[in-house]
Design a protein around this ligand. Structure first.
Ligand code: AMP
Length: 245
């Protein structure tokens, strides 16, 4: 952990239009946790392709059946499936002021599809100026990632994320907010983590390069308390938007 002491003060939203934000980073860096904080601070939705896929699995849809085996093995679901899911989600009216993409895009093919798709569906400032996508990459040491992954527990109802080592619920196995039984994701095992890291290093790392080259990108240190990571992300977002992104 670093000893940075910047406290997290909720940003707000009235004079700041976040626009489309990508949260990038390896499995377990805290994308979901940070997306939940940004969603609350900016009042924009989180779009998590992993959550949409898990929801399909829970509902037993054809899409869920097709995805489950791949997900349990730590492999990526084909681009066309996730692109279609994201395209459909971006037609909802709640994305008007911005949204947080969590866990998407994860391949260059997805990034290119998204870039093309966004040229037709844009978030605009009053006056018509289009807000381009900005990307934030959260970095955490690989050993710490494994601890976060194996300790992660999720509320299936409100989706709140816990960690049995660093952020346990008040009562073991039970959500603080709605009393639901917490779940351990079936792909949060050491074996699946190894595969997910392989997919990340070979397929997702080039996505970071892609956004870095476009100059709409910041790295954030994810190895600090959750509130400080949120503060660092929010200040990176402000910088990027002030710099014209
Ligand atoms: P996550 O919840 O983001 O950790 O995603 C869990 C799993 O869902 C991943 O390991 C993949 O199998 C699948 N998945 C989620 N998002 C994507 C994506 N953008 N592209 C391909 N597969 C995905």
């Amino acid at each position: 952990m670093t000893s940075e002491s910047a406290a997290h003060t909720p940003a707000l939203a009235d004079d700041f239009l976040p626009g489309p934000v990508l949260l990038l980073g390896a499995p377990g860096v805290g994308k979901g946790t940070q997306a939940q904080s940004l969603m609350a601070d900016y009042r924009i939705p989180q779009i998590s392709t992993g959550d949409i896929l898990r929801d399909n699995i829970a509902r037993g849809t054809e899409l869920g059946k097709a995805a489950k085996g791949l997900m349990d093995q730590g492999q990526l679901v084909p681009d066309e499936i996730v692109n279609d899911m994201v395209g459909a989600r971006l037609t909802q009216p709640d994305v008007e002021h911005g949204y947080i993409l969590d866990g998407y895009p994860r391949t260059l093919g997805q990034a290119e599809w998204l870039d093309a798709h966004l040229s037709s569906t844009a978030v605009e400032r009053p006056g018509g100026e289009v807000l381009p996508l900005v990307a934030i990459n959260i970095r955490v040491d690989e050993q710490e990632l494994l601890r976060r992954i194996t300790g992660r527990r999720i509320c299936p109802v409100c989706k709140h994320i816990y960690n049995i080592y660093s952020k346990p619920p008040k009562r073991e196995g039970v959500c603080d907010f709605d009393g639901s039984q917490l779940q351990h994701r079936s792909d949060d095992t050491e074996a699946a983590f190894t595969e997910r890291m392989k997919a990340y290093n070979s397929l997702t790392a080039p996505v970071i390069e892609h956004y870095c080259r476009q100059g709409r990108f910041r790295d954030v240190d994810g190895d600090q308390p959750v509130e400080q990571v949120t503060a660092a992300i929010e200040s990176a977002l402000k910088e990027l938007r002030q710099a014209g992104a």
